[in-house]
Every structure is written in C-alpha cells, then in structure tokens.
Design a protein around this ligand. Sequence first.
Ligand SMILES: Cc1ncc(COP(=O)(O)O)c(C=O)c1O
Length: 393
Amino acid sequence: MDDPLLVPSLADLRRRRGLKWRLYGEDVLPLWVAEMDVLPPEPVTRAVTDAMALGDTGYPWAPDYVDAVADFAGRHWGWAPEAGRTRLVPNVMLGISEVLRLLTGPGDAVVVNCPVYPPFYAFVRNLGRRVVEAPLGPDGRIDLQRLASAFGDARRDGGRAAYLLASPHNPTGVVHTEQELTAAGELAADHGVRVVVDEIHAPLVHAPHRFVPYLSLPVGAAAFSVFSASKGFNLAGLTSAVAMAGEEAASDLAAMPQEVAFGASHVGSIAQAAALREGDEWLDALLGGLDRNRQLLRELLADRLPGVGYSAPEGTYLAWLDFRPLGLGDDPAGFLREHAKVALSPGPDFGTGGAGHARLNFATSPAVLTEAVERMARAVGDRAVAAGDADYH
Ligand SMILES: Cc1ncc(COP(=O)(O)O)c(C=O)c1O
C-alpha cells in the first residue's frame, strides 16, 4: 500500500474546513495541531458511507466499539481490556475529565509530566483541580525523583490526587518502557496517588520501541486508561473513545454516570471500529512514511538549521524542537509563524520546560516538510543578516 502521507495534494488539503487548515491564512504551512495530512483507510470511508446510505446516524451502541478496541489491542499488544470494565466516552480528553472527576474532588491535585500536551492543564483546571508539575528529566523521560516530590506535594494537605500520564508522551514522543511504567506506578501507589494514562498515541510507535498498555501491568490494577483510534487513524472529527479500568478500579468506573457515553458519536464509533478492525495495512504504510519523515527531518535540520535540537521521537508524529541555541526567545513558534509562514505549536503552552521550544507535526508529505524547514531556515538566516551577524552563513 502507498504511503498515506503522499496522497492528498496541498491544494486539496487547503480545501479542508477543519482547525488545522483554517486557523491561519493560505500563506502559512500548518504543522501544528495533531492532525495528519492523509486520507482515511478505505474500510473507514466504506463504513461511514454505508452508515449514511442506511441512515444509521442515531445514538452509539457501545459494545461494538469496545469490541473493536479489544480486537486491536489483542492483535497489536497481546493484551485486551475487559469489556465489563470498559466504558464509552465522548473523546479522550472528556473521558479523562470524567475519570478525574471519579478519583479526585474540587481543589485536589493532578500531577503531570511537563512539558506536556497543553489541554492537560486546561481540562484539569476547568474541572477545579490544581496541576502539580513533575518535570521530565533532561533526556525527556520520567524523572522518578521529581515525580516523588510532586506526589508528596500533591498529597501534602491530605486530599486525593491523580497522576495523568501520557503514554506515549506528547510532545517528546517518548515511549515509556515497562520498567519506567512500573517504577512510576509503584511510586504512585506508595503515595496513594491514582494513575490515569492517556494512551491515544499508542498505535503510533516506531520499531524497535514497543508500546506497553499500562493496564497490562501489575501496577495497572488500580489504574485507568483512556484510548481512541483518533490519533492513529486521524479521526479526531469522528469522536468516540473508551475509558478502561483495572480490576481494582471497577467500582470507581461503575460510578461514572451513564449519560457520559451519550457524548460519543455513533458515526464516529462506526468509523473508528472499522479502522481498528481493518486498518492494519494502512497503519503499517503510515508508520513507514512517518519513520521516513522523522529521519528526513533530522537531515533537513542538520543541513538547514543545524543549531536546532531534535531527537527523533520513539512514537507519535510530533517533533519537540529546541530552538534555544538560535536565540528566538521564549516562543520561537511566534517568530516562525510571522516570518517563515510556518505554524508550529508554541512551546510555552506545554508548561515548564516549554520555553524556547516548539512542536512540529511531521505527519505531512516530504515535500511540505522540506518546504517548511526551508522557510524556517530562510527566516532565521534573514534575521541573522538583519542583526549583522557576521558569523552567519
Ligand atoms: C496526548 C493527547 N491526548 C488527547 C488528545 C486529544 O484527544 P481527543 O480529541 O480524543 O480528546 C491528543 C490530541 O492531540 C493528545 O495528543
């Protein structure tokens, strides 16, 4: 199968009416929000078209979607969630909110590993919980000492607390190992902190790295995981997701109001179920393309923007770029949007550790990726010339 990233033309992408292609003007290349420049797997298009032809546009039937998730997880990760401990939720972030509502109360703490996906802050705060940051280590991986100190802070006043973990991590693309997950989970248990794992990027792991489902581990018994096919198969506009509970968390999950599931889209569930059941070949081809792009990005940066820090992500299609050596200030994305006409996600939005960084979404064609780096290099070069930097070549 062809690399899905090679299929849509830039002209067709510009006709899209979603956030990625509409927020900025036609002169900007959008490499920011986590959407991919692909067409869906054919079975998804077929399933949605069939649903339309049938008028199958009512409320969702959860068991079918839950079964598709279990089918995918079993095939890919050798582990499947228990249907009886899996609930349909509208999407991953709303699912996480509902789980945090079960595990914590107003004013309680939620620990996050910063820099991290900005909605982790927004959703937690909108829920009336406070965010406690446990910065990742300099290698971008979980730092157990900082985590222990954040857990201590989170439980300081005796309230309940949760640890919201992105696995794989956004924006660094780190794929936590079994040992890392176990160590973090044991630490959480020692501090009486409940674990909620966002596994939305799980299908997007580059070999030889391996995604380990948190609930498959002994530390997962009291934890929750939230998952959907929306990142792996680019179906954010067709929303549906699951919240899964470990064995000891079943009674917590049972307290989730039934009406939470009403927010999921039936057509979204149909689309995602088709992707999960019949999308393996497409996903393989996509991962091949993403792997080539993460290497291409390395070459392009080395050639055109050698000061920028980049380590190829183990998972996801997100590159966490360190622009600090170039002196573009706290928000390089602001400079690049204005002067290079390339939109990246601003690093400071990702919390402590985000200043001087920006996140680049490389789930696009090699041509667009090359043009984007070219534009950024030109803008940085022009700036150096304007500043009279004699050393700049
Ligand atoms: C880590 C993470 N969680 C959740 C989401 C959003 O998921 P949803 O649209 O299902 O809420 C994203 C989207 O980029 C993400 O990167």
